[in-house]
Design a protein around this ligand. Sequence first.
Ligand SMILES: O=P(O)(O)OC[C@H]1O[C@H](OP(=O)(O)OP(=O)(O)O)[C@H](O)[C@@H]1O
Ligand SMILES: O=c1cc[nH]c(=O)[nH]1
Ligand SMILES: [Mg+2]
Length: 217
Amino acid sequence: MKVIDFSRTNSILNQYVSEIRNVEVQNDRLRFRRNIERIGEVMAYEMSKEFQYSVKNIQTPLGIAPVSTPDNRLVISTILRAGLPFHQGFLRYFDYAENAFVSAYRKYKDTLKFDIHIEYIASPRIDEKTLIITDPMLATGSSMELSYQAMLTKGKPSNIHIASIIASQQAIDHICEVFPEDKTTIWCAAIDPEINDHSYIVPGLGDAGDLAYGEKE
Ligand SMILES: O=P(O)(O)OC[C@H]1O[C@H](OP(=O)(O)OP(=O)(O)O)[C@H](O)[C@@H]1O
Ligand SMILES: O=c1cc[nH]c(=O)[nH]1
Ligand SMILES: [Mg+2]
């Protein structure tokens, strides 16, 4: 499976990642959400280079201009809640994309053990389309796996892009096992080495949903 890790390349993306990780900066919710959006925008631009293109002859006021534009039919799917600003970043660039939303949350049995519950899905048909699943955090990879299973009730995509910001090495390994190898690409801004006993990514950034939208009870 193709895994693209942007932290290996020097670019302005790393500035945005440093700010969402930084305890001195990340509590500014507006900046946190905007940085997540900006990472989505940059990632969307990079991802667009992998799409299929064909030349269209565009009528200008003065003549015909041949322009190569993408042909992929995109569905951007997002895992609530933390995925929302990331989704928005992709949608700013892929303005013709269809959109899907899946809810996934950790229901704790005690302080360490939890199940992931999927209770809501709103999606178009995804047959023969390019499915982009956006979620800024991949800790165990279970929310991504279960959300993908839920999306498969809406059809069979031709190819899949998993977009995350911080992924644990464990999540990358898990996704490589459970997603179709030949048609999946993982995009992330960084891969961190560990998850802790509470299944939080270390060093990670903390709870992305809470940082974007406030704590829940
Ligand atoms: O890889 P996993 O171990 O499944 O963990 C990652 C999930 O955790 C976060 O959501 P969270 O459950 O915190 O919900 P929230 O976005 O509502 O805060 C994140 O956005 C992922 O969906
Ligand atoms: O590190 C983590 C793990 C799950 N969800 C988060 O927001 N952060
Ligand atoms: Mg959360």
